[in-house]
Design a protein. Structure first.
Lengths: 415, 295
């Protein structure tokens, strides 16, 4: 019994000791990042380490979660009343919600005025909402069309497709010649990834998500996009497993040499070219995602992400210091293999372009035509509605017209 | 000690537990109850809310998506629990026989159940993988399947495949409880039955099953309550897809509260789900009471 009390006392002492800060001036920032796409975990850790090295007394606690859990983690941490994270990585589709519901701090006054012109407009749309700035863009990303150069050559195709119609035709040739069973692979699982591919196509058909100021998905480009998706499945040129795939699955299928075409984010270019990760290294072609014939030359989805200070953070100044470091041109140029910089002049810097000229060429076109998903504070629910209804079409459970009418109706009821 | 004093001591000893239960159970429960009658939404500064009475519940009655989720959950519960019971009893009967290495096999039985649900879900995702999954490889190699297919991407199979993964993980619990029950069935009953010329089939229905039905039904109800609340295995394996075909009530409540930030209606949905579970819980309590009366 005696030793039990001794142990308990020791434990208590330890507890008290640990709850006191070791040094008064030490600040630990809690930051949440995502596991997949764009900068790898290793890159992010290396950046944070460099930041700690340059700022004695500041420590950064990194947490990595899958993209699919990122939104819910951020809101649950703050909703629970704990101060949660200081620095959060947020997707381009969340600022309306995060700003209106007070999850992020307004950082308009912190962003240097001179930076506005040096960074791509598409990147700024990630953090701008309601005339204020809610963070600093960090990942400037869109989906590109990747192709297997060997397979195209084998099929006698001289140039990658410039329109979605051409993409389907070329895929048919490749399928008929037996070069690939299912030439195109996409990420069409019931997830945000599906909406990204869909949005890119709606942009490529010069469509719009609103009609008379109301959300609308049952006309024009939106219907054209969904019909196209369904038709490529029916024709057997799209891998039917796409309906359960996320981006990482697409990368694996493409890297295994089983697909001639794939839609994916920037990060796949250098990963598919890495012989350790891929069987198709050195044969990876990349072009901007095409548009529909006669509608657009190219299409792109604004898939950028920004870093912001969460509303509950007790160290906003230190958090901003960290964000400034992570988004600085110097840091971004150094780690430009999996995610491209937000800074315009970086694209002329040989340190960034060397070894990935093909990617840079595609980026110069794509970044200019990035199409945005609907901007609404109820975006997560709108996305669920679209995911479900588009999937019903892809699975043959509903016609495009019925499903997209249902989606429009449900969107009109959003509370 | 005198009975009165004994009572007082008992209550004294129970006080800390009651205090903890009030803190961790009653408070959140009451909080949820209150939220259900508001339109509270989750914000960075806590809840923003207004009292709206029964509006949330009126909305639920009219919500076909929620009805579909209840249907999915009921299907999952009935199918997985009944399969687990059948498989569990069969395995328990087997492990109740004398054979070499029985202790080892009994120990191995616990492994799937000891696996964390998340690990189990990830493992089965890999098994079902449409490009390199072992299920596809197995079925094509023995000729049952012409080509690899997408098990979790097809609404016709997705739910059943998740059920299979759940059965594999949870039948050992039923098997263990059934095995414990089997060991209490007196051996001489079997000897007498054999004397009377009863075959194995009759012996199972007349002696074995009545002997274990008590513990088995408790296990069944507990599993059913648990299965009705299922969340994690779906979160990892399908996230409710394809086209909402595997969206269960817990996933629905989670989405409502944390993805759409509607704490108010999320709480109303949660209460509705709780009421459904309460039905099963009352069956359980009823069974416990009946057993107590009997013994």
């Amino acid at each position: 019994m005696n030793s039990f009390f001794k142990g308990a006392a020791c434990g208590l002492a330890l507890l008290i000791h640990q709850s006191l800060p070791a040094f008064a001036e030490d600040v630990t920032l809690n930051a949440i990042f995502m596991k997949q796409a764009a900068y790898s975990e290793d890159d992010t850790k290396a950046m944070a380490k460099a930041f700690e090295g340059a700022n004695p007394g500041l420590k950064v606690n990194l947490e990595f979660v899958p993209y699919e859990a990122l939104h819910d983690k951020i809101v649950a941490a703050q909703g629970a009343g704990s101060s949660g994270y200081d620095v959060v990585l947020f997707d381009v589709i969340w600022p309306p919600e995060f700003a209106t519901k007070g999850f992020l701090q307004d950082v308009t006054a912190r962003v240097p005025k001179g930076d506005r012109d040096k960074v791509f407009d598409g990147a700024w749309t990630t953090v701008d909402y309601d005339g204020k700035i809610w963070g600093m863009p960090w990942i400037l990303d869109t989906k590109y069309l990747f192709y297997n150069e060997d397979m195209l050559k084998q099929a006698g195709i001289s140039a990658p497709p410039k329109t979605f119609e051409e993409l389907a035709e070329q895929a048919k040739i490749i399928k008929d010649k037996g070069i690939a069973k299912y030439p195109i692979v996409w990420s069409w699982s019931q997830a945000e990834a599906l909406i990204c591919d869909y949005t890119s196509m709606v942009g490529g058909a010069r469509g719009s998500f609103t009609q008379d100021g109301k959300l609308s998905f049952d006309t024009g480009g939106s219907v054209e996009a969904v019909n196209y998706m369904k038709k490529t499945l029916d024709d057997g040129v799209t891998n039917p497993n796409s309906r359960e795939y996320l981006e990482e699955d697409v990368r694996k299928v493409f890297s295994a040499g089983e697909a001639a075409f794939a839609m994916n984010w920037t990060y796949m270019f250098n990963m598919a070219n890495d012989p350790k990760e891929s069987k198709v290294a050195g044969k990876v072609g990349i072009v901007p995602a095409p548009g529909f014939k006669g509608k657009a030359e190219a299409s792109a989805i604004n898939g950028s992400m920004g870093l912001g200070i969460s509303a509950g953070s007790k160290h906003p100044d230190e958090a901003w210091k960290f964000i400034t470091f992570m988004t600085s041109q110097e840091t971004q140029n150094k780690y430009a293999k999996l995610s491209l910089p937000i800074w315009k002049s970086s694209y002329e810097d040989p340190a960034v372009t060397k070894g990935q000229e093909k990617l840079i060429d595609a980026a110069k076109v794509s970044l200019g035509v990035m199409f945005a998903r609907p901007m609404t504070p109820s975006y997560p629910e709108l996305s669920s509605i679209l995911q479900k209804n588009i999937q019903q079409v892809l699975l043959g459970q509903a016609s495009t017209d019925d499903a997209m009418k249902a989606a429009t109706k449900a969107a009109g009821r959003l509370r | 000690m005198a009975p009165a004093q004994q009572d007082r001591t008992a209550w004294l000893l129970l006080t800390p537990m009651i205090a903890i239960m009030v803190l961790v159970t009653a408070f959140p429960l009451l909080n949820t109850l209150w939220l259900a009658f508001t339109d509270a939404s989750l914000t960075g500064q806590g809840y923003m809310w207004q009292w709206i009475g029964l509006e949330n519940f009126a909305y639920i009655l009219d919500d076909s998506d929620f009805r579909a989720a209840v249907g999915h959950t009921a299907y999952f519960t009935v199918l997985s629990v009944s399969a687990e019971v059948v498989l569990g009893v069969l395995v328990a009967l087997l492990l109740n026989q004398e054979f070499k290495g029985r202790t080892l096999v009994r120990a191995l039985l616990i492994l799937p159940w000891a696996l964390p649900t998340i690990v189990n879900a990830v493992m089965w995702r890999l098994i079902y993988n449409p490009e390199y999954g072992s299920l596809n490889a197995l079925l094509t190699q023995i000729g049952l399947l012409d080509a690899y297919r997408s098990w979790l991407g097809d609404p016709a199979t997705a739910m059943n495949m998740v059920i299979l993964a759940d059965i594999w993980k949870n039948y050992p619990l039923i098997a263990l409880i059934a095995l414990a029950g089997l060991q209490t069935v007196p051996k001489d009953l079997y000897e007498a039955a054999i004397m009377d010329g009863a075959n194995a089939w009759t012996r199972f229905w007349r002696i074995t099953l009545p002997g274990i039905i008590g513990s088995l039904s408790v296990a069944m109800v507990l599993r059913a309550i648990e299965a009705f609340k299922v969340f994690d295995i779906f979160y990892v394996m399908t996230r409710g897809g394809p086209a909402d075909a595997t969206k269960t009530v817990s996933f629905f409540v989670y989405q409502e509260s944390f993805t759409y930030l509607r704490a108010g209606s999320g709480a109303a949905y949660a209460l509705t789900v709780t009421a459904m579970s309460a039905l099963m819980i009352s069956i359980y309590v009823f069974m416990l009471v009946r057993r107590e009366k009997r013994s």
